[in-house]
Design a protein around this ligand. Structure first.
Ligand code: HH2
Length: 276
């Protein structure tokens, strides 16, 4: 499988987001039609995205769950077309049934925001040899922003991700295929999000590459006041630069052009120490 290794020595990987949902916070309803979502993914591929993340169920706070048939109906044509066009595709799903079908259609990576909560998921990933993103979330999308509490958010997120990676390894998933993600905005207050970004080196010191998805998220609005989602890319870039300085291997973005420019400049500063 081509794109299962979730790190690159030379540069930060840029993951472009295509949500085939009616209700995603950033692009809900824009790419519900498969042909439009495919065009969007092809555009991101042309812009240089390293990975295209295709999702069919919103995880925004308060979002309602979607059944597997509907999720497959939304994502499979998009996964198939983008994989055929040569993209490394990740499928953003927490359902083993959807992940298995997407892997059959050519996806390389499963991006599971519930970190293997579906008891069948680990076997699906292990059997296929796919890459796996394990993300931290407190609670479920319906409940996660109801007064989240941690004694030490960074330590608790790090401990959770380590334990989920152990479950993955114990299920036969190759350690090289695993990536972890602190889950910015998933059951976190503004201060929790800022602490995780500030102390990202605690996570990046671990054995797995770290993905950070700060793109257009509402913590930016909590800092800056109301801004329409499509005007949040500069603010997102500031968070992603610091994530890269903290050792992030992948940034997950809605604007691939801005994401790539952000990553290339940050990489030149952070990754080429000793060059002239
Ligand atoms: N954020 C979102 C969705 N999936 N996956 C990972 N690994 N990390 C993230 O930070 C992450 C994610 C939320 O963003 P978006 O996909 O734009 O919105 P929605 O969940 O409403 O579709």
């Amino acid at each position: 499988m081509r794109g299962r290794v979730l790190t690159n020595e030379q540069h930060t990987l840029v993951m472009g987001v295509v949500n085939t949902t009616p209700d995603s916070f950033s692009d809900g309803g824009r790419f519900l039609e498969p042909a439009v979502a495919i065009d969007r993914g092809l555009e991101m591929l042309g812009q240089g995205a390293d990975i295209i993340d295709v999702g069919g169920e919103s995880t925004r706070p308060g979002a309602m769950p979607v059944d597997a048939d509907e999720e497959k109906r939304r994502v499979l044509p998009v996964v198939s077309a983008l994989a055929s066009a040569g993209a490394v595709v990740s499928v953003d799903t927490s359902k083993a049934e959807v992940a298995a079908a997407a892997l059959d259609e050519g996806a390389d990576i499963v991006n599971d925001v519930t970190a293997l909560a579906d008891p069948e998921m680990a076997a699906v990933v292990a059997d296929s040899g796919a890459g796996l993103v394990l993300m931290h979330m407190l609670g479920t999308p319906r409940t996660m922003q109801r007064d989240p509490h941690y004694d030490d958010v960074v330590a608790e997120v790090a401990e959770y991700l380590t334990s989920r990676a152990q479950v993955a390894l114990g299920s036969g998933i190759d350690g090289e295929c695993i990536c972890v993600d602190p889950g910015i905005g998933f059951g976190k207050t503004l201060q929790h999000n800022l602490a995780l970004l500030r102390d990202l080196p605690v996570l990046t010191a671990g054995p797995y590459p770290v993905l950070v998805g700060a793109s257009r998220k509402s913590f930016l609005e909590h800092l800056l006041g109301p801004i329409p989602v499509e005007e949040r890319d500069t603010a997102s870039a500031a968070a992603h630069v610091l994530a890269i300085a903290g050792g992030a291997a992948i940034i997950r973005v809605h604007n691939v052009v801005t994401g790539l420019r952000t990553a290339r400049v940050a990489d030149a500063i952070v990754r080429s120490a000793g060059g002239d």
